[in-house]
Write a new protein. Structure first.
Length: 374
């Protein structure tokens, strides 16, 4: 069979990957010359630790397994099973971690509460002050700015994949048929619209005005090389407030008894920090939900993030060389992993994984392939 994938972000590319690996032909159409959206503007984290239990955790664990297999096949992904550490400084923070470690799914996530000395043995770059840390062995990372390019190169080598960049799909013109803005019609057995945060235009026409997906904006930054290995991803305890895995009485007590700083609260912030293969650090992030989004990147969140990162590292950050904002699509019912909807004859919309897109995309695409009988 033949599959058309509209959108070259990680969700779209993983749909192309599964289709090709199941023996099908794929044409992938992207409105930019290459993907430029949220799939590149993220941490590259395969983040099992914070996922909600049940379907979301199952999806993340399956995706983690798939990422490792794909990473072995495509070294350019830069896959590495680095795990993550969340340094803890207060009794309220430690109580959230202790509650998480005591849950039935703690082993599946790779949770372990470690002392400060044990954390520094895992990640010697953490020379700052903290009393203990939550270690999550199952977390991993890839290189977001190059992952799609590496996957595309491997797909092209199969001879069953074509990439059409610089073309915007404007119209569905029949069963599994679309027309692009060059006037060309593309016909297949199935069309997957993996358009990410592009929710207007054709998507609105096909799915209607009540699409249960919202857009979220975030700010991030990247430094010059650190000069040493940051052997794990790093989060701060504010991340407990934003990931459903940590919900419970201990988190309620943290929220009631330990306020975020005014800047962190105003911008709905957490620290996430990952080292890139070039040695630089990707650091973020903020959450903005109200439309229209600001068009400025403001400085206070960067100052807050730099301060928290430096307090864990026990040293100044290298020079900040990049700052950016990104927008991703998230299901309004945040307990849903993805919004998958048939919007035409042979046409499916797959969007809304939110901050789970990089983590869960291989499993999301596998589920689509299974449901459609590829």
């Amino acid at each position: 069979m033949k599959v058309i994938v509209v959108g070259a972000g990680v969700v779209g590319t993983m749909h192309a990957w599964h289709a090709v690996n199941r023996g099908h032909e794929v044409v992938q159409i992207e409105r930019e010359s290459e993907a430029r959206g949220a799939s590149l503007r993220n941490f590259g984290q395969i983040w099992v630790s914070g996922r909600a239990g049940g379907e979301e955790l199952d999806t993340a664990l399956r995706a983690r397994e798939l990422w490792e297999g794909i990473g072995a096949e495509v070294p350019g992904l830069g896959f590495r099973p680095c795990g993550s550490l969340t340094p803890l400084r207060t009794e309220l923070e430690a109580a959230v971690a202790e509650e998480a470690v005591d849950r039935d799914d703690a082993a599946a996530r790779g949770y372990k509460l470690v002392t400060a000395d044990e954390a520094r043995a895992i990640n010697p770059a953490l020379r700052g002050t903290f009393t203990s840390a939550l270690w999550c062995e199952r977390d991993a990372a890839v290189e977001p700015r190059t992952a799609q390019l590496a996957l595309k190169k491997t797909l092209l080598a199969t001879g069953r994949y074509a990439f059409l960049g610089g073309r915007e799909v404007r119209e569905v013109v029949g069963a599994a048929s679309v027309r692009d803005d060059h006037g060309d019609v593309h016909t297949a057995d199935a069309v997957i619209l993996a358009t990410g945060a592009w929710l207007g235009g054709l998507v609105r026409e096909l799915a209607g005005p009540d699409l249960p997906v919202r857009r979220v904006r975030l700010q991030m930054m990247q430094t010059d090389p650190l000069g040493e290995a940051l052997t794990t991803s790093v989060a701060d305890a504010d991340s407990f407030r934003y990931y459903p895995a940590y919900g419970g009485p201990a988190l309620d007590a943290l929220n009631d008894g330990q306020a975020q700083t005014p800047t962190a609260s105003a911008h709905r912030m957490q620290l996430l920090m990952v080292q890139r293969l070039d040695g630089g650090l990707t650091i973020g992030d903020t959450h903005e939900y109200e439309h229209p989004f600001s068009f400025d990147t403001v400085e206070e969140p960067y100052e807050h993030l730099a301060g928290v990162a430096e307090s864990f590292l026990g040293r100044p950050l290298p020079r900040i060389r990049r700052r950016w904002a990104g927008v991703y699509a998230q299901c309004t019912d945040t307990s849903r992993v993805v919004h998958r909807q048939q919007v035409g004859d042979g046409v499916w919309l797959v969007t809304g994984p939110g901050g789970r897109g990089m983590t869960c995309s291989p499993a999301i695409a596998e589920q689509t392939a299974d449901e459609l009988g590829w």
